[in-house]
Design a protein. Structure first.
Length: 484
């Protein structure tokens, strides 16, 4: 046997499939439905790896984990949870869990994680690091239980106690700054400042001064010494938003900071040491900018140590319910009247394209809360606001009422596409391009409708499951693999 795995979950079906998968992989498996038995096994020195649910009838794993880590610091604990929120992932990391697996998860992935956990545990010395101190957090910085967001949560949980540079890519309105703030506020630099600067919002000739500060007389109008964002962010986090808009001269200066940990003010002559974590974000394709000579390739690799892609809202439509609830509570806390959204109105929102992403959704909720006296938000109100909004052109009004066929929706968008060329025509190869570009949103929408269950999604699409897996990989989709 490779080792003994202790499995704890009050759901008999999950115990069965997890036990069978691990047994097939060559592990000795012991299963229980309660925390007290798990605790007894751990205190007796049994088991090499633990795979456990969070909520059990007699105890909560997050309450048990610190005690387990205290008596057996090298015992890897893999947390399973159906409470798939950002805070679940963070708490698992804080309590010293080896890994967090949101349900449903892929059994092959789970088995691989157990193998890695066991191998790392055997390599550890007896003086392994103790678990992080428990913390309590209020509020929810990131909202959503979709497969795409679970991937984000897991990466963030691993990065919290790290100073690695993170590059966040995503469309405008997807929440890139929220992710940067979460990395700061739940990480080891939380007691330091969080400083944000948007490259697109500052005149290009002033960006170097804004970032690094300037000396008196460095340029016309510099009547006194000014501190830059690096100095303001010392011992904290500097968030460089829209990094793709940074001019080349400033890129060269930033590269020096990342390489040598020091910078000079504009007009200064003495290098200044800095201790700042860099988190950058962009809605542009930096590789394309590199090819155009507009972005330094060496800087890109320095920034892209940990890449993170924020999915657009249309790729996580199943999160709309949670997001709407969150925004309704938020605007109520700001003094607006409490509202209740009808299920039909919520369903209408899930059929909308959301070109403005989460920011557009939040603005819609604010508008509905402020402008309409009704206590209930109805489908008619939502349809009227969406038709009047910026994204109305992305979906014909009939689509909002559910009475438009797929072919009509495609025809509507293709007409817009041809109009975008004016008197000209699109380049050759349109047929294959359309088929290729339709495939990705079709797969994403089906996975969203089946809540990430690939078996059900394959059935709906009429595809073999292996074919669906292959297409998910080909398109580089950030989706969760169905299983348990």
């Amino acid at each position: 046997m490779k080792g003994t795995v202790l499995v704890a979950d009050d759901d008999a079906a999950i115990r069965t499939v997890v036990s069978q998968a691990l047994s097939r992989a060559g592990y000795d498996v012991r299963v229980t439905s309660n925390a007290s038995t798990l605790w007894r096994w751990v205190t007796a020195g049994e088991g090499d790896v633990v795979v456990s649910d969070v909520v059990m009838p007699d105890d909560n794993l997050f309450d048990l984990l610190p005690r387990m880590r205290k008596i057996r610091p090298d015992l890897p604990v893999i947390v399973m949870s159906a409470q798939n929120t950002f805070m679940t992932a963070i708490r698992a990391s804080e309590k010293g869990a080896y890994e967090y697996l949101p349900k449903p998860f892929d059994l092959v992935e789970m088995t691989g994680i157990v193998g890695r956990a066991l191998a790392e545990s055997r390599r550890k010395s007896d003086d392994g690091q103790a678990a992080a101190a428990p913390k309590e957090h209020e509020g929810m910085p990131l909202v959503g239980r979709s497969a795409a967001m679970q991937d984000i949560y897991r990466v963030l949980a691993r990065m919290m106690q790290s100073d690695l540079t993170v590059l966040i890519n995503g469309e405008s309105g997807t929440g890139k700054e929220l992710v940067a703030r979460a990395l700061h506020e739940y990480g080891k630099r939380k007691n330091g400042p969080f400083v944000a600067i948007n490259m697109a919002a500052i005149p290009r000739d002033l960006i170097e001064s804004e970032l690094f500060g300037h000396e008196k007389g460095a340029f016309t109008g510099a009547q006194a010494r000014s501190t830059g964002r690096f100095e303001q962010a010392e011992n904290g986090t500097l968030f460089l938003d829209e990094i793709g808009d940074m001019p080349m001269d400033a890129q060269t200066r930033l590269l020096r900071v990342l390489q040598q940990g020091e910078y000079m003010t504009v007009g200064g002559r003495t290098p200044i040491k800095t201790n700042v974590r860099i988190v950058a974000a962009t809605n542009k394709d930096l590789r394309a900018l590199i090819n155009q000579g507009l972005f330094r390739e060496d800087l890109y690799y320095r920034l892209n140590v940990v890449p993170l892609r924020m999915p657009p809202l249309r790729e996580r439509l199943e999160d709309i319910g949670d997001l709407v609830t969150h925004f309704l509570a938020k605007v109520q806390g700001e003094g607006l009247e409490a509202k209740r959204i009808l299920p039909e109105a919520l369903q209408l929102m899930t059929r909308y394209h959301w070109p403005g992403n989460v920011r557009e959704l939040e603005n819609l909720i604010r508008r509905l809360s402020a402008l309409y006296p009704q206590e209930e938000i109805t489908p008619e109100i939502v349809a009227a606001e969406l038709d009047a909004g910026e994204g109305a052109d992305h979906a014909p009004s009939g689509l909002l009422n559910g009475d438009v066929t797929i072919s009509q929706a495609v025809e509507h968008n293709m007409q817009d596409y041809f109009r975008s060329f004016g008197d000209g025509l699109p380049p050759p190869g349109l047929y294959q391009r359309v088929l290729a570009e339709l495939e990705q949103p079709l797969i994403l929408a089906t996975l969203a409708a089946t809540r990430g269950n690939q078996i059900r999604a394959a059935e709906v699409l009429g595809l073999n499951r292996n074919t669906l897996r292959k297409k998910i990989k080909e398109h580089g989709l950030s989706v969760f693999k169905g299983g348990v």
